[in-house]
Write a protein that binds this ligand. Structure first.
Ligand SMILES: *Cc1c(COP(=O)(O)O)cnc(C)c1O
Length: 379
């Protein structure tokens, strides 16, 4: 077997002709940054996400950063988020001069636990960033209720959740703003970096549009102290092609996840992802939990790797334990669920082009490995 965690080449092969035509169009137009391609892509994305406005920016990280700024987050403020996420989620809080405050995750979904948010509140709290991890939306009703009660902004980190739904609502359309990443391995991947803010709030949209072009309301007239954070026209043109396939790709991911879970549920000691009944995950990553303490994760991954099956760990060290956040004063034991999960998760190969045989091959190897561990330790 030779199964990568994502197969960007297989996807490119399937849309090569359309992509080349789109790129040629941009090259011929000589409009390389923002312009009509980006505008058209923004309109299509706003429609897809069921929001009024979409603002293309340079990356998912910048989408989060500019969204926080557009929401007025500044020095002295606190923003509550999960410690079990990619570093960008917390990094941008610091870039605003604000302080990340972590709240532990739910044991089944690995998303931020609303009860933990309540505990983390302070008079300085100004916003919450729920991260829809692996593609599954967070507990948005509870989070929105807390936000309403305490007048907080909610910025959804949808970097992994484009196409996911919470109670029939698109991820990103529930909070004050949603932030998307077009990093190549994400659900909708560019051929480079890219990101987007989606929102129904005209004030946030207007500020984000200014912030991405140095704070200018019109050319060379600066209202805010801004940034250079724009989406390239070539990326927008490629993403417009891919957007036409996105619905199908999300369905294929869901079908693949369903087959994986059916097979994994037959293996003792390993948990398939728990998706709430009311949620639709986009399954950016298909992440299992090695809940049987006898399983050594490195050995597990090495075994699969020796059979040609690549895996990843998202994320091996919770943010409150990262050196860069040592100034926040957290210590080991502060977020027991996040710390328990960080040692046990493994993301298996997941992409729309993954075949049924490949999934059966992966789960068969997992079964073989687990059986060998469990017979050894039972003796
Ligand atoms: C990928 C990712 C980001 C950052 O997106 P970039 O486009 O790589 O800057 C932020 N948050 C989460 C949860 C991500 O997975």
């Amino acid at each position: 077997m030779n199964i990568p965690t994502v197969d960007l080449k297989a996807q490119y092969e399937s849309i090569k002709e359309e992509v080349r035509v789109a790129i040629d169009g941009v090259l011929a137009s000589s409009q390389y940054i923002l312009g009509p391609e980006v505008k058209a892509f923004e309109e299509e994305m706003a429609e897809y996400c069921n929001v009024k406005y979409a603002i293309g920016v340079a990356s998912g990280t910048d989408a989060l950063h500019l969204a926080l700024r557009a929401c007025g987050i500044k020095s002295g403020d606190e923003v509550i988020t999960t410690p079990f996420t990619f570093v960008a989620t917390a990094e941008v809080i610091k870039h605003c001069g604000a302080t990340p405050v972590f709240a532990d995750i739910n044991k089944r979904t690995y998303n931020i636990d609303p009860a933990g948010i309540e505990t983390a509140l302070s008079p300085q709290t100004k916003a919450i960033i729920p991260v829809h991890l692996y593609g599954q939306p967070s507990a948005m009703d509870e989070i929105m209720a807390i936000a309403e009660k305490h007048s907080l902004k909610v910025i959804e980190d949808c970097a992994q959740a484009l196409g996911g739904e919470y109670k029939g609502k698109k991820a990103g359309s529930i909070g004050d703003a949603g932030c998307l990443s077009f990093f190549p391995s994400k659900i909708l991947g560019a051929y480079g970096d890219g990101g987007m803010i989606v929102t129904d709030d005209s004030d946030i949209a207007e500020k984000a549009r200014m912030l991405r072009v140095h704070g200018a309301k019109k050319s060379y007239h600066y209202t805010l102290n801004g940034f250079n954070s724009r989406l390239d026209a070539i990326q927008a043109a490629i993403l417009r092609v891919k957007l036409r396939h996105l619905g199908k790709w999300v369905e294929l991911r869901n079908e693949r996840a369903a087959l994986y879970s059916k097979l994994i549920n037959d293996i003792d000691g390993i948990d398939a992802p728990h998706i709430e009944d009311y949620n639709k995950s986009s399954h950016n990553y298909y992440t299992i939990c090695l809940s049987d303490a006898r399983i050594d994760r490195d050995e597990f991954r090495n075994h699969l790797s020796s059979k040609g099956i690549k895996t990843m760990v998202y994320y091996p060290l919770s943010l409150h334990l990262q050196e860069t956040y040592s100034d926040l004063g957290y210590k080991k034991g502060d977020f027991p669920v996040s710390e328990w999960v960080q040692d046990r998760v493994v993301s298996l190969p997941m992409y729309p082009e993954l075949s049924e045989d490949q999934i059966r091959g992966v789960t068969a190897e997992i079964g073989t490995f687990i059986k060998s561990i469990q017979t050894n330790t039972n003796q």
